[in-house]
Structure formats: structure tokens, C-alpha cells
Design a protein around this ligand. Structure first.
Ligand code: NAD
Length: 399
């Protein structure tokens, strides 16, 4: 049995940030980290971005173990004993804690076919698997038009692969971007050589010698199409890994429910990152955010709270992406079902999109517009009312 002052379940960026947070307050307290990945914590964004350009693999390591942490890798925590303050893993390991952090992230949703032949792109292991296929093969299918689909399709195309993207919506990033921008992205990807099959369902996958045959059908009734490829990548969303918390009787509602100091309904148990549903004062409701800035900032707050310096987590996280030569930063609620106000300096190349609900700005998309995230946060905090006319030219703000 191992005894630690702090036990962290999970080995992602949130876990690494929590270690930093603990060490800001407590330089010596023992920390044990249990992760079911075989790799020590690493930065996740380069897996679908920089590693396909010129970022070297060595640069992604978080170096968590340099902060006096014992890493227990390749082990999956199965249960929490609240009374004994212990967690147990799948290999008979038991870890006793004073304070526990659940930073278990999310599991990729899976399609009902294809098994392990589909790469559900999430971990370094998945990156290695896709890299190995890309070293050999030329033709790839990318399923999903969300964050992973858009980034991986661009990454493979930039590495001279023949890429077909298929997703059920009308356009790339349709759940996030206003319709016209999303349709523009379909054209933009086509110009970059990607075959874009919008409004398509993937209905099966079969082995065909060393290759894979993907079966597709347009949503609007049409004959089936077969696509022969060397590899299939899917990004069809994730589900928060909240089973452990649920089994232990902690509150779970689209993720582990935490309060503003990141306690998961127990004085010694915390949750943070993709798995944690936290109250956002800026948005006036409980949210769960699946992006890097939230992992880093919330993880650090959780670590500090575990070490006795609890402060309310009031951060409104931002996120960002690169799509070939286009890039953006965004903050708040980017839901294309909201009213959107588009203010383009150059259509779809540079501009700002505001997402409005009842006269308040809920989210801001900064499309090739930089250093405006804090100004966007201030705008979201304003009571308004805002209108399309009042928002024109609001951002970028004068410096
Ligand atoms: P996502 O939620 O961004 O996109 C899911 C997509 O799945 C949808 O847009 C849809 O096109 C597609 N889809 C759903 N069901 C489908 C089906 N049956 N067939 C085909 N397509 C289907 O999720 P993701 O792209 O898988 O990303 C996973 C997680 O990683 C997300 O939490 C995301 O926020 C995070 N991530 C973030 C970034 C970033 O911040 N830049 C980059 C990569 C990943």
C-alpha cells in the first residue's frame, strides 16, 4: 500500500497543472499520480497540431516527475473508499490519501463498428498509431467535423496525404461557427485538397486486405459509397469519465459536479479539467469545458485548494485552433444556435463573431484576430443590452 498526502487520478494536463498548484503552496507534501496511460503527462494540443508541422516530440513532455511526484503509470483506478480515504487500481495497488483529485478527463465516443481499427484520436498512443500508418499509407478517412476532425484532416493533408472527411452536419465546425463561416470552411478545405463529404453518415467498416473499406451514405437518401483507405481516424466527441465518482456516491451530472473551490461534494475530494462541471459566474450556469486553458488553470486552482489555499475558480477559459493557415481564439459559449453577429474586416479571413443571448454577449470568436481574449471576457461580463449595431467594431479594442 502506498501512502500519499495528495493522490491524483489521471495523467493529463490537468493532473500536471494540479501538481504545480500543490507545489506553489506545499513544497514537500508527498504526491502520487495514477494514470492508465503508459506515458507520463504531456501537452495534448501538439498531437493534432504542432507534431504534424515542425514541433519535435521531445518538446511535449510536462516533466511532472521533476516536481517530486511518484508516477504510477499503466494503472487504472477502479474504486474510491471514502471512509478509509483510499483508492484501488486494477492491479491490486492501493493508495491512501489526505486529499484526492479526480482529473480523469474524457473517453472518446465510439462508433458501433470498426473496433480497434478506428483510431479515436485522443492520446499520445493514438498519435503514434496514426503516425505509423501515415508513414506507410497515403489515403485516410477522417470521421467527424468537430475539433479533432478539422485539425487532423488539416494535419494529414499538410503531410501530403489524400484525406476524405465525413460528418453529418452541413459544414466543418457547424456546431460552433455561424453557418456561412462553416460552409466557407468546406470550400477552404477542398481548396487545400481535402475531399469534404458533409451531410454524410458512416455506416460500416470492413477489412479489405491490408486496407480498410469505409461505407458511407449521404443523410439525404442516396446510394451507398465505399471508400478504400489506409487508415481511419474518428473524432466524434468525448464523454466525461465520471464513473469512479458516481460509484463512490459523489454527484454527477454531465461530469463530476464541483463547487466554486472545486470540491466534489466532499471536503477532501476535488475534481478538475474536462471531467468537472463547475459553476461559471460569467455565464451564470454550470459548465464543463474540454480545452487546454481550462485544464491548466482549473488544475492549478485544484492543486492549490488541495494544499489548503482554496480560491474560487471564476476563470472563463479560452480555446484556440489552427486550420491550415487560418487560426482563431475564442472565449465563452460558442454555440451556433445562438444569435450571431459577424463583423468581418475581410470575410472569413479576419474578423470577430459575437454570440448573443437576450442582449448579452455569451461568446466571442476572434478569427485571425489576436491579443483580444481579455477584452472579449470583459465584453461578456457587461450587462448590455447589446445589439448588432452596438457590437460593430467593438473588438479589436484599441490598446
Ligand atoms: P467535437 O465535439 O468537437 O466534435 C464531434 C463531432 O463528431 C461533431 O462535430 C460531428 O461532426 C461528429 N459526429 C458525431 N457523431 C457522428 C457520427 N455518427 N458520424 C460521423 N461524425 C459524427 O469532438 P472531437 O472533435 O472528437 O474532440 C474531442 C475533444 O477534444 C473535444 O472535447 C474537444 O474540445 C477537444 N479538442 C479541442 C481542441 C481545441 O481546443 N483546439 C482540439 C482537439 C480536440
Amino acid at each position: 500500500m502506498a501512502t500519499y498526502k495528495y493522490v491524483i487520478v489521471g495523467g493529463g494536463m490537468t493532473a500536471d497543472a494540479a501538481v504545480k498548484g500543490i507545489r506553489e503552496v506545499d513544497p514537500d507534501g508527498s504526491i502520487g499520480l495514477v494514470s492508465d496511460e503508459n506515458d507520463a503527462p504531456y501537452k495534448r494540443p501538439p498531437l493534432s497540431k504542432g507534431l504534424w508541422k515542425d514541433t519535435p516530440l521531445e518538446s511535449i513532455w510536462c516533466k511532472t516527475d521533476s516536481r517530486g511526484v511518484t508516477l504510477h503509470l499503466g494503472r487504472s483506478v477502479q474504486s474510491i473508499d471514502l471512509r478509509r480515504k483510499q483508492v484501488a487500481d486494477d492491479q491490486g495497488g492501493v493508495y491512501t490519501f489526505d486529499k484526492l483529485l479526480l482529473a480523469t478527463g474524457g473517453t472518446p465516443r465510439r462508433l458501433p463498428f470498426g473496433g480497434d481499427r478506428v483510431i479515436y484520436f485522443r492520446t499520445l498512443r493514438d498519435y503514434r498509431a496514426l503516425r505509423a500508418l501515415a508513414d506507410q499509407g497515403r489515403k485516410f478517412a477522417v470521421i467527424g467535423g468537430g475539433f479533432i476532425g478539422a485539425e487532423i484532416a488539416a494535419a494529414l493533408a499538410m503531410n501530403q496525404k489524400d484525406v476524405t472527411m465525413a460528418f453529418p452536419e452541413e459544414g466543418i465546425g457547424a456546431r460552433v461557427f455561424p453557418r456561412a463561416l462553416s460552409l466557407f470552411l468546406n470550400d477552404y478545405y477542398r481548396q487545400k485538397g481535402v475531399t469534404v463529404l458533409e451531410e454524410h453518415l458512416v455506416i460500416g467498416l470492413e477489412d479489405e486486405g491490408k486496407r480498410l473499406a469505409l461505407r458511407l451514405r449521404a443523410t439525404k437518401d442516396s446510394p451507398e459509397r465505399r471508400l478504400l483507405v489506409d487508415g481511419v481516424v474518428a473524432g466524434v466527441g468525448i464523454q466525461p469519465r465520471a464513473e469512479l465518482a458516481e460509484k463512490a456516491g459523489l454527484a454527477v451530472d454531465n461530469g463530476i459536479v464541483v463547487d466554486e473551490t472545486l470540491h466534489a461534494g466532499h471536503p477532501d475530494i476535488f475534481a478538475a479539467g474536462d471531467v468537472a462541471a463547475f459553476p461559471s459566474p460569467a455565464l451564470g450556469r454550470r459548465v464543463r469545458v474540454e480545452h487546454e486553458d481550462n485544464a491548466n488553470t482549473m488544475g492549478r486552482f485544484a492543486g492549490r485548494a488541495m494544499a489548503g489555499k482554496a480560491e474560487p475558480y471564476r476563470h472563463l477559459p479560452f480555446f484556440y485552433s489552427d486550420l491550415f493557415d487560418l487560426g482563431y481564439e475564442a472565449v465563452g459559449e460558442l454555440d451556433s444556435r445562438l444569435e450571431t453577429v459577424e463583423d468581418w474586416k475581410e470575410p472569413y479571413r479576419e474578423g470577430v463573431v459575437y454570440y448573443l443571448k437576450q442582449g448579452r454577449v455569451r461568446g466571442v470568436l476572434l478569427w485571425n484576430v489576436w491579443d483580444q481574449v481579455d477584452a472579449a471576457r470583459r465584453l461578456i461580463a457587461e450587462p448590455g443590452p447589446h445589439t448588432p449595431v452596438s457590437l460593430k467594431g467593438r473588438l479589436p479594442a484599441a490598446k
